[in-house]
Design a binder for this molecule. Structure first.
Ligand code: XMP
Length: 333
């Protein structure tokens, strides 16, 4: 029988030696489970799916088929990093799907946050299912399920309501029946990171800050437009670069830019210049249920403001969100 409960005596994976032992154990288990069959994996580039990919590449090599769906809502450079790491460096069987137009066409004019989330989640499954149907002889689906996901499902099964609808690739259509391979499902996040490093994944990938499934879609507030999405992506890249440079990336749990669908009057080159504000959010938390605001030194904020307003077309103000959770959620949508 499948075990979805972490045994009380399961040792916490905190060292490379423990991680190596876990990896060896899972390699044997995966080989025993799948034999010479093929395994499909939706590889977002997040910590969990990346660790599963690296583990399965070690265990079954080219029997693993990774599908990376670029929904057009990734951060700057993110899909490229997945292709570089998994397609090139680890020489994985990687299918890259640029579905930007599919997603952005469906989202055009949609401003309700929950509808946006539902559209992105459903279309993600459609694109992934389209790719799966093109492949022959795949029997297994690998997933980066981790233990908090299992605990969350138990909570929801007990009737506790989620504040926002999160998505994963759980709900595939009826015609696609796969057995699941979930090698990290009994691990907590910190353990997944230790395993990722032991597998040789880069530190930046393993300690990547959390990024929501609907991506920049929930940070480009209201109805998404390509020009505002572009401005958001560029501003976010500057924020991340400056946080990296100033040692804040390691210190702050999550930091990002949100761009609302409002314009204010500004001035540039002695002329009226209407633009969107870029809102910085920088929070610390242990479980994302509550969050506090990180105090960012003013000189750093000034420099980020200077860079964003000078380098990003369409942005003419920078604001800092001081709201803890509660009462604000971490994401604005
Ligand atoms: P909120 O906004 O609910 O976010 O305070 C809590 C944490 O969850 C992340 N988040 C998501 N993660 N799929 C995910 O995997 C999603 O749809 C999603 N929405 C929010 C958010 O970035 C924060 O870390």
């Amino acid at each position: 029988m499948e075990c979805n409960v972490r045994p009380d005596n399961m040792e916490r994976i905190t060292t490379k030696a423990l991680a190596d032992a876990f990896i060896e154990e899972q390699i044997a288990a995966v080989r025993a489970q799948v034999g010479d069959k093929k395994v499909l994996l939706a590889l977002s580039g997040g910590v969990d799916s990346s660790v599963v990919a690296a583990l399965l590449i070690k265990a079954i090599g080219k029997q693993l088929i990774c599908v990376h769906v670029n929904h057009g809502l990734m951060r700057k450079g993110e899909s490229e990093a997945v292709i570089e790491m998994f397609g090139k460096e680890l020489d994985a069987n990687l299918i890259y799907v640029d579905a930007t137009d599919r997603f952005l066409d469906l989202l055009a004019g949609v401003s309700d946050p929950e509808r946006k989330r539902k559209i992105i989640g459903a279309e993600f499954i459609n694109v992934f299912a389209d790719e799966a149907r093109k492949l022959d002889g795949v029997d297994f689906l690998a997933q980066g399920t981790i233990y908090p996901d299992i605990l969350e499902s138990i909570k929801q099964a007990e009737g506790k309501k989620a504040v926002k609808s999160h998505h994963n690739v759980g709900g595939l259509p009826e015609d696609l029946k796969f057995d699941l391979v979930e090698p990290i499902k009994l691990l907590f996040k910190d353990e997944v990171r230790v395993v990722g490093e032991a597998l040789g994944l880069p530190h930046a990938m393993v300690y990547r800050q959390p990024f929501p499934g609907p991506g920049l879609g929930v940070r480009c507030l209201g109805a998404i437009t390509r020009d505002r999405l572009h401005a958001l992506r560029e501003a976010d890249a500057i924020l991340r670069e400056e946080f990296d440079k100033n040692g804040l990336a390691e210190k702050v749990w999550q930091y990002f830019i949100t761009v609302p669908d409002i314009k204010s009057v500004g001035v540039k080159d002695d002329s009226r210049y209407e633009g969107w504000p870029a809102i910085i959010r920088a929070v610390n938390t242990t479980d994302a249920m509550t969050a506090t605001i990180e105090e960012i030194p003013y000189p750093i904020l000034h420099h980020i403001t200077y860079r964003i307003t000078n380098e990003v077309d369409g942005i003419n103000r920078v604001l800092f969100d001081l709201t803890p959770k509660p009462c604000g959620t971490i994401e604005w949508e």
